[in-house]
Design a protein around this ligand. Structure first.
Ligand code: ZN
Length: 485
């Protein structure tokens, strides 16, 4: 079975993988790792209590309507407004970061990524009229979902983690992190990010990747295998996201697909598709030349020229290009599938026009605005548009490229565990996308660099939190004094 082989290889990530029906394999894996003493530091405050009122330093958004409105107005004059005293973006010490439960752990961060979604939040890109804007929000939103660190304290009922474990942030709230039994239908199916209870009130994590520490439920974390460096561990999240996107709709052998967008998500999706469907032809539409260059390295088969992209689609797929009066265009034929990793009106419209009749458009971009798009190809050509969703548990074996690798007759496995295994084998290499590294004290510069991709030729920007923790957050390094129940 996949689980046993992965466990014996010491590569199993920890839950939440599927608490109801694949829990046994990772529990077995954990016992095996413990038996080896793998990345476990005994002693210290293991099995102790998480410290109360421990001062932390974190960047977060203070989402008051006044701050949002004022910053949006000032932001039309100067981009500095998004970092000014009225901006929602705040950074500083957090008082009384008290663990809300007995299965919570404290993580000292080591490396964090600047994710596009976080940058969009800093610059208040979200349109207040989209459906997501109706969801309940916290007044304080912590930033930094791509992060790795080390467990430095555990609550009294923590089962799966110990002090010294290296971990990566895996997910926000779901039934497992709320100790809800039995789990909802989506969690039972391994779709933790679609959990029916994810918006219910209850304890949430404190701190994010853009800070020195986090307090999280143990099930929000993935145990990082020793084979991955800290930077790789911090990039498990985007790697798992790309892997899930590719697995969500796998090309059939010999099919032609297109990836729109060549940022971190697009580039890793190209690489995941190349690994999972090696006989597929993978074209890419990149906005900038430096992205196109990286797309080749990630395994793209062809590049579309943004200045004559429709002509290139016709040339690559043998489709027929129809032009009507008034500038209307249509492609008869096209790609078997298109992965839109941007999600803007322009990219979605291209995806719908460039996919063949009966083809699939996978929407993986997280554009948070209403868009005006010509939807006629959907009903005219019977196109399926599917949302990529997010990492969780995947059906496995997953594709022509890895059927032999798994050696399994089928099952489910954690997306993070799969990503970690592929990274260990050098088949997924998110670390190659890192173009910039900043110490945490240069957070503003790091975010601005990620925002202005073309100017800085930035793909993935990382924060090195270890190098400056003392200078930025000296209070957090004070000796721990007490614990709480
Ligand atoms: Zn659930």
């Amino acid at each position: 079975m996949v689980a046993c082989e992965r466990a014996s290889a010491g590569l199993c990530g920890r839950p939440p993988d599927a608490p109801t029906n694949v829990g046994t394999w990772w529990t077995t894996a954990l016992a095996f790792l413990r038996g080896l003493g793998a990345h476990v530091t005994l002693g210290g405050s293991m099995l102790g209590k998480v410290e109360a009122n421990h001062p932390m330093w974190s960047a977060y958004l203070k989402m008051s309507p006044v701050r949002v409105a004022a910053t949006r107005t000032l932001g039309t004059v100067s981009r500095r407004a998004y970092y000014g005293p009225l901006a929602p973006l705040r950074a500083g010490r957090i008082r009384k970061a008290t663990p809300p439960g007995r299965r919570w752990v404290r993580v000292r961060n080591s490396v964090a990524g600047i994710a596009g979604a976080d940058v969009a939040r800093v610059y208040l890109d979200e349109d207040g009229r989209i459906a997501l804007a109706a969801l309940p929000r916290q007044k304080r939103i912590y930033l930094g979902s791509e992060v790795a660190g080390e467990v430095v304290d555990v609550g009294p009922e923590v089962e799966f983690l110990r002090v010294g474990d290296r971990v990566a942030y895996q997910l926000d709230v779901c039934c497992a992190t709320r100790d809800i039994e039995p789990p909802c239908e989506q969690c039972a199916a391994g779709n933790y990010r679609l959990c029916a209870n994810r918006y219910m009130s209850g304890p949430r994590g404190v701190g994010g990747g853009w800070g020195d520490e986090m307090l999280l439920h143990e099930r929000q974390l993935f145990l990082v295998p020793d084979t991955l460096a800290d930077e790789q561990a911090a990039l498990l999240e985007p790697a798992a996201m790309a892997l899930h996107t590719a697995l969500h709709h796998l090309p059939q052998p010999g099919e032609q697909v297109l990836v729109i967008g060549a940022g971190t998500t697009g580039l890793l999706t190209i690489q995941a598709l190349r690994v999972l469907a090696p006989s597929a032809t993978i074209a890419v539409l990149a906005r900038y030349p430096f992205q196109a260059k990286m797309a080749w390295q990630m395994g793209a088969s062809a590049l579309l020229d943004p200045k004559k992209d429709t002509e290139d689609v016709v040339s690559a797929t043998g489709a027929q290009h129809l032009k009507g009066r008034g500038g209307a265009e249509m492609v008869m034929g096209g790609f078997d599938a298109v992965y839109d990793t941007v999600g803007s009106a322009e990219t979605l419209e291209r995806a719908l026009r460039w996919v063949r009749a009966g083809g699939v458009v996978v929407q993986a971009g997280m554009h948070q605005a209403r868009v005006r798009v010509d939807l006629t190809p959907i009903w005219q050509s019977g196109i399926r548009v599917i949302g990529a969703g997010g990492p969780g548990a995947e059906s496995w074996p997953g594709g022509e490229g890895l059927a032999d690798w798994s050696g399994s007759s089928g099952g489910r496995v954690s997306t993070f565990a799969l990503a970690a295994e592929l990274m260990r084998e050098g088949k997924l290499t998110p670390e190659l996308l890192v173009t910039h590294r900043f110490p945490l004290r240069e957070l503003r510069r790091a975010v601005a660099t990620a925002r202005n991709k073309a100017e800085h030729q930035a793909i993935k920007v990382l924060l090195d939190i270890r190098s400056v923790a003392g200078s930025v957050t000296h209070t957090t390094l004070a000796p721990r004094r007490s614990t709480l129940a």
